[in-house]
Ligand binder design. Sequence first.
Ligand SMILES: C[S@@+](CC[C@H](N)C(=O)[O-])C[C@H]1O[C@@H](n2cnc3c(N)ncnc32)[C@H](O)[C@@H]1O
Length: 216
Amino acid sequence: MELTTERVYWMRVRKIKNLEQKIKAYDHLLLKNPGTIGQHFDQKSLELEIGFGKGDFLLEMARRHPERNFLGIERSSAFALKAMREVGDLDNIRFMTGNVQNLLPLMEDNLFSGLYLNFSDPWPKPRHYKRRLTYRQLLLDYDRILKPGSLVQIKTDSKTLFAFTLEELFALKKQAFDVTLDLHGDARWKENIPTIYEEKFSAQGKSILGLRYRSE
Ligand SMILES: C[S@@+](CC[C@H](N)C(=O)[O-])C[C@H]1O[C@@H](n2cnc3c(N)ncnc32)[C@H](O)[C@@H]1O
């Protein structure tokens, strides 16, 4: 299913003066080498969010789960700076900037125990399908960096991205579960932590769609 009438997401971030210099103050939180991620964490399990935006979801996960570690990857350095400014005393969260499609091939195998994709850009034009973060080659890459049986959780308001994701999972013979077209009314998602985009879309009366699957 392709719904080309869907808009492309655009998250506004004001231009930040001296961004590079400001980011330097958070060097201890920002990992640079995708090949050595594992070295920066202790033995606790490590979970990943890709495209964390301003970081609210990941920061809240880190607060609720001190027994786990968290890594966020985000293309926008300005958003990463915003998120890092909110870390405070948390010692179980780190960040990396860049396009995940370039970083993934460099990452170690079996690193993560969970993956969150929250309101990933839907890339509604059919010709852009390879940029969607649930394109099947990426799903295979996720399998490699995730320990087998890890939980992958996907939320979106985009019917295009949702249908595409189900098709890609089906093509790889992966079983989605907790599939919902009304995440906020679904008891299986009652532990949900809403993201900024989720709150915005929900306030506009849009349904939030969600699914989970396990890595192989
Ligand atoms: C629509 S926003 C959603 C932000 C946040 N997850 C939320 O739900 O509020 C999508 C985010 O993913 C980031 N992003 C998109 N493609 C990416 C990629 N290939 N690698 C890393 N980050 C990406 C964008 O910069 C943007 O911050």
